[in-house]
Design a protein around this ligand. Sequence first.
Ligand SMILES: [Zn+2]
Length: 164
Amino acid sequence: MSTYDGPGQPLGFLQLCADRRFHRQVMTAFERHGGLAEAHGPAAPMSYWIEATPGGALALGDMTVSCRHALSKGARVMGLAVHGDDCGGYGRWSTTDLEAALLGTMERRASMPAYAGATHLGFMATEQALRVYRVNGRKAELECWYAIGDAACAERRTSGEPLD
Ligand SMILES: [Zn+2]
């Protein structure tokens, strides 16, 4: 038994777009907001499964093979990520439409019995900001957002410490 999958340790599952601009920021925010960074420290990246495809969470089903596997292994921190600014999967969608679809997907999954007891986090990335949502009760609500700098991985939190 390793330190990152011991009894009671939170495990996660993150679906995101393959786009090279956003995955690192999304993963870092997922580790933080999902409680994985706090629980696992430097081993946080080993505490969750990922599934990436063009279009991110919206292009992946509610119950993929990877998702089923992660759930069976105890994953209960679920992350769904999409992004604007010319996504290869949803290039013609506006950021507003993508964000609405993300929130709807989060709320739908939170109502599915297969996800009983799970935490649902959502991540909407653009070249300007990363917004973090969480399903509270049945509704997806904005929890926090980060401004994104021009330089790669130069993200910073709008208030408080750096994201990375
Ligand atoms: Zn994309």
